[in-house]
Ligand binder design. Sequence first.
Ligand code: SF4
Length: 362
Amino acid sequence: MAGIYVHIPFCHSKCVYCDFFSTPNLTDADLLIEALIKEYHRRAAELTDKVETLYFGGGTPSIIAPDRLARLCKALPLDDVREFTIEANPEDVNQTSVRAWRDMGVNRVSMGIQSFDDTQLRAIGRRHSADDARRAINCLLDGGISNISCDLIYGLPDQTIPSWERSLTELLSYRLPHISAYCLSYEPGTALYAKMTAGKIEPTDDSVLDRMYKVLCKATASAGYEHYEISNFALPGMRSRHNSSYWNETPYLGLGPGAHSFDGVVRRYNTIDLKTYVKTADITVIDEETADQRFNDKLITALRTSDGLDVSTLPADRADYIIKACSPFISNGPMTITDSRLRINEEFWRRADAILRELIVV
Ligand code: SF4
């Protein structure tokens, strides 16, 4: 199987924590659609297997008028697609958009709602209210799209553990097939980071984040969700097929500015600059990974999942290396090895980056 990712770099406005490239200026939207079609035709031969997942991400793909998206869909290979996801923000979800998305083949919507507390939403620059999110979920369900994933963030400014619990409990009450939950990060270059360095905002204490993470793990497990990746939770059988393919090295073609591709051997990166992209629709960088980089990529992706890393699939020298490197973590509790699968235990996933830094080959 293979997947296609399409990057749409437009957003209505900038959320204060976001360090992705996006622009509110839709002037180039038509040019972008034409360039995406052109890029797909030029690179279609890179896909050697049937395309089973299609993902429109961003940015905010739901900002694009459905007729423009439909034009793009007509050029893409939809025949074997089993999961077609569009990322949406609540303010773009209405009866008309839901009908149009369904008509073009979308069967899954991933929506950023982040919190059910309006004060917290305003503090991070979200344009929608908690009521908008509630209305959008119901609109999708009424419109026949039940495969919904919603994102929440914990560690928001002034968010307490009880208020985090309230947002989580409300989201779980919808019993959606999939939930993503992220810890707020302060990325250099963002408005949030600037506020922090100016002393206007205090990041949430690590001990509070640990407790929020525990609340998250416990509540989702009690509700029957499988915690299958650091930030992702699914009801049985409802893992994101597309995102899982990133973590299990399935080839995917990434179209659009800033999109990445992986053909099973080589990673490619498109130019992030929208103006350059629409002019050239060309690949600017081909990353010929070294064997060590490929090994590190495999470690970093596999050990962020509940499936872990199957060391029996590694060459003997790599397997010996990783088992030795992990042995202190296995002895002390953060990791386990069972039936040749190495895993970081769920309670240590919040520390996964620090553990992975010790494991990668430098
Ligand atoms: S909507 Fe998403 S991509 Fe756009 S600015 Fe906000 S967080 Fe970033």
